[in-house]
Design a protein around this ligand. Structure first.
Ligand code: F0G
Length: 458
C-alpha cells in the first residue's frame, strides 16, 4: 500500500483560481490593512482560511438537493436527516440549526446565567463568545502537553481529568450548568480526544449530575483517529465508533460545515425531554420551525448525505493522509508545526519560526502576510491577535501562550500539488525568515479583534 492514498474521487466540475501578480498582491494586502480577512476571495490563489463550509459536495449530495422538500412543517427532508442522525448520533431529540454557533447560542440561552462556569478541553472562539455573551465563564482544562507544540502524543486533545475533578470541587456543581468537550480540538491544533478520555469525562460529569455536551464539528475525523490509534478499535467502523462516542454524552452541538461537508448547516442534539422543550421554543423564536430550523429543506438533505460520506473509510484514510503528508513535508523543510498533524489543519508555530519578532509585534500575523505576498496563500492567525486582548482596567495587552498560523484544508477541494506549492512557498519564506518584520495594530474593536483589526508594518 502507498504511504498516502490518492483522492478516492475524480474531479468532474472545476472552479478556476488565479494567482494575481506580486505587485497586485502587495497592493491588495495593503488596502486590506494587512488583515487577510479584508482580501477579496478572487485575489487568493490557495485559500486555507477555514475548512468550514468550504468543502466540495459530492454528486450524491447535489442529487439529494434536488429532492429537497420545502414544506414548512413535517418535510420529508427532515425525516431523511432524522434517520441519519439516529443512526450516527443516537440522541433522542434534535433540532436543525443554520450553523454550529446557532446551536451554541440556544444552549447558552437556556442554561447559562451570569457567573456560571462551562468547562471544556478548549473552547472554540464562538463557544467562548456565546458563553461570555450570557455572562458565563468558559474554562479550558486540557492536559498541559497541548501547550507543547513539538511533543507528539496520540490524543493531544484529551481533557485533564484531575483538573476537571478539582475544578468541579472548587466551583461547586451548582455553578456548572453543563460541561463540554471539543472533538477534535480546533483551538489546540486539531488534536483528537480518545474514547477512554471521553468515557472518563462522561463519568466525572455524570457522577456530579452535570449535563455533558460534545462540540462535535469534526466527529468523523476524531472517530478515525480512535480507529487508527486506540487499542480495541481497529476493527470497528467509524459509524460504530461515532455512535459509541455520542452514547457517552447528553447532547451535542454540531456545525455540519465541517464533517457534514455542506456549505451551511448544523444541529443541536439532546436526550433530556424537558430541556428539549425549551430548546424548541428558543429555536422557533430565532431560527425557524423545528423541522427546518433556519435552513432550506434541501440543505437538510445535503447534510444527511454528507454526514454519511464523511464516515466512509476510504475518504477518512485519504483525508487524514493528506494532512499528514502536508505536515510531514513542512517538517522536512524545517518549518515548526504543532505535532503530530491533526486532520483538518496544520498549525505553524510562528514564535519559533520568526523568533526574532517579539510576540507583541505579532509574528503569526507577519507570517500570514508573507504567505499571501509570496504565494497568494491565505492562512489565518490564531495567536496574539485572535486570542490577545487589551485589559480594560490596566490598558495592558494580554497575550496567549501560543502564536500560530492555521492552514485549514477544505474537504475534497485541493490536491497534493496544491499543497506541494504551499510547502514550496513556506520553505522559501523560512529560508529568508530574518527579512520579515513585525506589525503594529493601528485600529481594533473591543471584541473578536482579529476579524477587523488594521495593521501597519514596523
Ligand atoms: N466549534 C468548533 C470547534 C468550530 O471549529 C466551529 C467553527 C464552531 C464550533 C462554530 O461553528 O462556524 O458553523 O458557527 N469553526 C470554523 C473554523 C469557523 O474556521 O474553525 P459555525
Amino acid at each position: 500500500m502507498p504511504k498516502y492514498i490518492p483522492e478516492p474521487f475524480r474531479i468532474k466540475m472545476v472552479e478556476p483560481i488565479r494567482l494575481i501578480s506580486r505587485k497586485d498582491r502587495e497592493a491588495a494586502i495593503k488596502k486590506a490593512g494587512y488583515n487577510l480577512f479584508g482580501i477579496r476571495a478572487e485575489d487568493v490563489f490557495i485559500d486555507l482560511l477555514t475548512d468550514s463550509g468550504t468543502g466540495a459536495m459530492s454528486q450524491n449530495q447535489w442529487a439529494a438537493i434536488m429532492q429537497g422538500d420545502e414544506s414548512y412543517a413535517g418535510a420529508r427532508s427532515f425525516y431523511r436527516l432524522k434517520e441519519i442522525i439516529d443512526q450516527i448520533f443516537g440522541f433522542k431529540f434534535f433540532v436543525p440549526t443554520h450553523q454550529g454557533r446557532a446551536a451554541e447560542n440556544i444552549l447558552a440561552n437556556i442554561l447559562i446565567k451570569p457567573g456560571l462556569y462551562i468547562p471544556n478541553n478548549m473552547h472554540f472562539d464562538t463557544t467562548e463568545g456565546n458563553i461570555r455573551a450570557r455572562g458565563g465563564e468558559p474554562v479550558n482544562l486540557i492536559a498541559d502537553i497541548a501547550y507543547d507544540p513539538s511533543k507528539r502524543t496520540d490524543f493531544k486533545g484529551n481533557m485533564d481529568i484531575d483538573k476537571l475533578g478539582s475544578f468541579i470541587k472548587e466551583k461547586g456543581v451548582e455553578n456548572i450548568p453543563f460541561g463540554m468537550i471539543t472533538i477534535t480540538n480546533n483551538a489546540g491544533g486539531g488534536q483528537p480526544v480518545s474514547m477512554g478520555n471521553l468515557r472518563q469525562v462522561s463519568d466525572v460529569y455524570k457522577e456530579h449530575g452535570i449535563p455533558f455536551f460534545i462540540d462535535a464539528c469534526r466527529f468523523a475525523e476524531n472517530a478515525y483517529f480512535i480507529k487508527l490509534r486506540e487499542p480495541g478499535y481497529a476493527d470497528k467502523t467509524p459509524i460504530e465508533i461515532a455512535k459509541e462516542m455520542f452514547s457517552l454524552a447528553d447532547g451535542a452541538t454540531i456545525s455540519a460545515k465541517k464533517d457534514g461537508i455542506v456549505n451551511i448547516g448544523g444541529f443541536l442534539g439532546i436526550n433530556d425531554e424537558g430541556m428539549f422543550d425549551r430548546v424548541r421554543n428558543e429555536l422557533i423564536l430565532r431560527e425557524g420551525f423545528p423541522t427546518y430550523g433556519g435552513l432550506a429543506g434541501r440543505d437538510l438533505d445535503a447534510m444527511a448525505v454528507g454526514f454519511m460520506e464523511a464516515l466512509e473509510e476510504p475518504y477518512l484514510e485519504y483525508r487524514l493522509g493528506q494532512t499528514a503528508y502536508f505536515g510531514e513535508k513542512l517538517l522536512e523543510e524545517g518549518i515548526p508545526i504543532i505535532e503530530p498533524p491533526g486532520a483538518h489543519a496544520i498549525y505553524i508555530d510562528a514564535l519559533q519560526l520568526l523568533s526574532h519578532i517579539p510576540q507583541a509585534q505579532y509574528p503569526a500575523q507577519a507570517l500570514t502576510i508573507a504567505m499571501y505576498i509570496e504565494g497568494g496563500i491565505r492562512g489565518i492567525e490564531i495567536g496574539s491577535v485572535a486570542f490577545g486582548y487589551i485589559d480594560p482596567d490596566t490598558g495592558e495587552e494580554i497575550l496567549p501562550k501560543l502564536d500560530l498560523v492555521r492552514m485549514a484544508i477544505p474537504r475534497r477541494v485541493y490536491t497534493q500539488s496544491h499543497l506541494d506549492y504551499v510547502v514550496e512557498i513556506l520553505s522559501k519564506i523560512a529560508k529568508n525568515n530574518k527579512k520579515l518584520q513585525g506589525y503594529k495594530i493601528i485600529s481594533q474593536p473591543p471584541l473578536m479583534r482579529h476579524f477587523t483589526a488594521k495593521f501597519n508594518p514596523l
